[in-house]
Design a protein around this ligand. Structure first.
Ligand code: FUL
Length: 529
């Protein structure tokens, strides 16, 4: 454009294209600079993660909280816990198998997923695998055309539940067990079939029972393997990661989820999600390690890996159905007790379900699950801390919006109340405004920043003074404090009594059980209680 006919002043005030571009660039740089400053400030004030932290898949697993492992195979028909491997596939013939009946009962119990035992130690595959003849196509069920895994998959889809698989590494049927070919040509291929046809999976469950006597293609002998080298877990897990990236791998020593060290369904009163496995190589490779019972129960403070525990326990005395055990299923009060000692300590609960020879759960088991679900559902339906006002002794950078205690009742595990770096023992006054009656207190840390707190106490305002009502040695992803009796108060105080770094607490909740069910104590607890 030339300036002909345009007064000079006006001319100079109309920016040229070049000038406009310059201005635009300047604005762009300024915005980028301001954004960078903002991000730098946020990065600076967000607490630094402490120690090992969870992966996305571990966070998703944690939120699942409760799922069921289902044992149903030839051992159901031979009335055994471990089939020998010589079972005739023809014995597997459930007349009324219904994945929907089993899963609906689990769902009524509040369980959000299932782990299907696709192959137990007896080697019988419940899907039409190409890796062995010893599979469901040789049974009478559905005229040899059935696929149990597929039916579970469809039922999971229908009910909105997660699905995982258990494929036993120990195979008492395979003639190749103990040789390298078994791992390469059988076990890994079986996993590949399961990963290909029945996903998405939230867990790949690898049992720790390894080697011993078995049928092994008719040789009927004892086969021993070196558990730290035989399975080549690194290679297997790479397959899992590639084919089912959302699946948490469970094994005695993780790598994603560890065994809790007992099959009684409870974690330790002190519970760390981090763990350093015992291993010949000092834990350099968790695949080669092992869990020493109670150490799995408690975990390792400042452990090398984020490796939370799964608490597995059967509903009935055995993992498989045995008619002789009818009437011996765990009571609702025992299940509630286990819930507080597993989920309530920051672990997950994996409850074993055992369909009978007909292929369904007994009425007794369905009733127990339904009632258990009702009790837990009713307990946590109303958070009595909602609407409370909080007074914190410290808020990080004075930033109430980002780090204020208001986040404690927003039902979000990852928004949190944080303190300044040097404040590791903050206090919080919780004003409920009116007297409320409760007997369960819930605390949660934002575990994306690691497990930080090493001690907390709760006081209740009673007759004009503070009275301590609970203390806990750790918090983590979920800590439910189940008080022995109801407390009625309008004011509470939370004291963080020990933490190596500033805190990142995401939840403070108050709940009331509809009835306080007392369960008999767990008899064989080794430690951590
Ligand atoms: C154990 C197995 O040996 C049991 O039979 C069962 O499958 C349980 C869940 O894991 O280690």
């Amino acid at each position: 454009m030339n300036g002909a006919g345009i007064p000079g002043k006006l001319f100079t005030s109309i920016p040229s294209n070049r000038f406009r571009t310059n201005l635009y660039m300047k604005k762009l740089f300024l915005s980028a600079f301001l954004l960078a400053c903002c991000l730098a400030t946020i990065a600076q004030i967000t607490p630094k993660p402490y120690g090992a932290i969870p992966s996305q898949r571990q966070l998703a697993w944690q939120e699942t909280e409760m799922y069921c492992i289902i044992h149903f195979s030839v051992a159901t028909y031979t009335d055994k816990e471990w089939g020998y491997g010589d079972e005739d596939p023809k014995i597997f013939d459930p007349k009324n198998f219904s994945a929907l009946q089993i899963l609906s009962a689990a769902k009524a119990g509040g369980f959000k997923g299932i782990v299907v035992v696709a192959k137990h130690h007896d080697g019988f595959c419940l899907w039409p695998t190409k890796t062995t003849e010893h599979n469901i196509s040789q049974s009478r069920w559905r005229g040899g055309k059935g696929d149990l895994l597929k039916e579970y998959r469809l039922a999971c889809n229908q009910l909105g539940m997660k699905m995982g698989v258990y494929c036993s590494p120990w195979d008492r049927n395979s003639p190749l067990y103990g040789k390298p070919e078994y791992v390469k040509d059988v076990y890994r291929k079986q996993l590949k079939e399961l990963y290909t046809n029945y996903g998405p999976l939230f867990m790949s469950w690898h049992d720790g029972a390894n080697g011993g006597d078995g049928y092994y293609g008719g040789t009927r002998e004892v086969r021993k393997i070196d558990r730290s080298t035989y399975y080549g877990w690194d290679t297997t897990w790479a397959i899992t990661r590639k084919m089912q990236p959302g699946a948490c791998i469970f094994g005695d020593v993780g790598p994603d989820v560890r065994w809790v060290g007992n099959e009684e369904g409870h974690a330790g009163e002190t519970y760390w999600a981090t763990y350093t496995p015992h291993a010949p190589d000092e834990g350099k490779n968790p695949a080669n390690g092992y869990v020493k019972d109670y150490e799995g129960t408690v975990g390792t403070r400042n452990g090398k890996y984020w490796m939370p525990a799964e608490c597995d326990v059967p509903l009935r005395p055995g993992w498989f159905y045995h008619q002789s055990q009818d009437g011996q299923s765990k009571s609702v009060s025992t299940l509630v007790d286990l819930y507080y000692k597993s989920v309530g300590r920051g672990a997950c609960l994996d409850l074993g379900l055992s369909p009978d020879k007909d292929g369904v759960l007994s009425n007794e088991d369905v009733n127990i699950l339904t009632q258990f679900g009702r009790v837990i559902g009713q307990t946590f339906a109303v958070d009595l801390a909602k609407g409370a006002t909080f007074k914190a002794s410290n808020i990080r950078a004075g930033n109430i919006t980002k780090f204020g205690p208001g986040h404690l009742t927003d039902n979000n595990r990852y928004t949190y109340w944080a303190t300044d770096d040097e404040v590791t023992k903050p206090e919080l006054i919780i004003n409920l405004h009116n007297a409320k009656t409760f007997n369960v207190i819930r605390l949660r840390e934002n575990t994306k920043l690691g497990q930080r707190i090493e001690g907390a106490a709760v006081d209740s305002w009673q007759n004009g003074q503070w009275k301590e009502i609970a203390t806990v040695p750790s918090v983590g992803a979920n800590r439910l404090i189940r008080l022995p009796q109801n407390i009625t108060t309008a004011k509470l105080r939370l004291r963080i009594t020990s933490s190596p770094v500033c805190i990142a607490l995401s939840d403070f909740g108050l709940f009331k059980e509809p009835v306080h069910l007392i369960a008999p104590p767990i008899s064989t607890d080794k430690s951590g209680k």
